[in-house]
Ligand binder design. Structure first.
Ligand SMILES: NC(=O)c1ccc[n+]([C@@H]2O[C@H](COP(=O)([O-])OP(=O)(O)OC[C@H]3O[C@@H](n4cnc5c(N)ncnc54)[C@H](OP(=O)(O)O)[C@@H]3O)[C@@H](O)[C@H]2O)c1
Length: 276
């Protein structure tokens, strides 16, 4: 399987690292291209025999699956410049949520899918959110699924739920890191514990917690029950959390949905909306 990656910023580079680390693809079978060439060259330095292309068209000539890893506003001009360069058996994969698969299919004349990765895929874990286009053949779906399975747990998500699913799996690591940071801030301002020790205890705790879930030892509810001894301190802490964080996540998801609508409206101005 020959893989192409156009755009080697944060996510494009992360995808290449995950593909190589998981052995989903060998560097010699990966061709990358980035507007600022140095970023692609840096990646090639990390992965011996990875090819760096001068143009996105050359990436298309050397790949069965092409990951498009540019920002939403950069998509349309890139795709316009690629018109006529795709071949029908190829699979184009966008990694951005505000551009629907339907919109991509209007401008990409081959099989199309959307895959939203997560920063946690870097450690060959976490989900990747998959939406297949109507043109995807079953064989191609299986091929793409097999590649993604090497470094993540692929989950099929409807267009309708792509934002909230991305909030949980891709933004979630940032949201949880923020909450953990707040926990450290609180511990160090309310007691004499050093920031260094509070940070170590918290990061080691979250690492262990992840392993417990990975091993399927507890559900979220079971774990809370297990730690909460009747009349103990965990219960006191949970009561404070119940009061303080009552509707914070409803507010958060309402705001991300609002931002998503704005982003989609901006995209529709260039892509021209959805077609039935
Ligand atoms: N961050 C996350 O956790 C996350 C998770 C899932 C999905 N995503 C999605 O991933 C996408 C990329 O995000 P990012 O954080 O990786 O952005 P980024 O770091 O800005 O990367 C975008 C890259 O695309 C390059 N580029 C732009 N136009 C190009 C063109 N015409 N040809 C070739 N390369 C081009 C840019 O090159 P330059 O070096 O010249 O700027 C840049 O390196 C976004 O659509 C985002 O929604 C992000």
């Amino acid at each position: 399987m020959r893989i192409g990656v156009i755009g080697t910023g944060n996510m494009g580079a992360l995808l290449v690292d995950a593909l190589v680390k998981s052995k989903a693809a060998k560097p010699k079978d990966i061709t990358v291209m980035n507007r600022t060439k140095q970023k692609a060259l840096d990646l090639a330095e990390r992965h011996h025999r990875l090819s760096v292309s001068e143009s996105p068209i050359k990436v298309l000539q050397n790949a069965d699956i092409v990951f498009l890893c540019v920002k939403p506003g950069q998509f349309y001009s890139l795709l316009e410049s690629l018109c006529g360069s795709w071949h029908p058996g190829q699979i184009a994969v966008s990694i951005t949520s505000p551009i629907s698969v339907n919109q991509l299919e209007q401008i990409i004349p081959c099989q199309v899918a959307r895959v939203i990765p997560s920063i946690v895929n870097q450690s060959l874990s976490g989900s990747s959110l998959v939406t297949f286009g109507s043109s995807m053949a079953d064989l191609s779906k299986n091929k793409l699924w097999a590649v993604l399975s090497q470094f993540s747990h692929p989950i099929e998500i409807d267009e309708e739920n792509i934002r909230v699913a991305s909030d949980l799996s891709s933004c979630g690591p940032a949201f949880l890191s923020f909450l953990l940071q707040k926990m450290i801030d609180g511990a160090t301002s309310a007691t004499s514990l050093s920031r260094k020790q509070a940070t170590q205890l918290t990061t080691e705790m979250i690492e262990g917690l992840g392993k417990l879930f990975a091993e399927g030892i507890y559900t979220l509810e079971e774990l809370q029950k297990k730690v909460t001894v009747k009349g103990g301190v965990t219960g006191v802490g949970l009561t404070v959390l119940e009061q303080g964080y009552q509707d914070v996540f409803e507010k958060l998801f309402t705001e991300t949905q609002k931002k998503f609508v704005e982003d989609k409206e901006a995209i529709n101005k260039t892509f021209g909306g959805e077609k039935n």
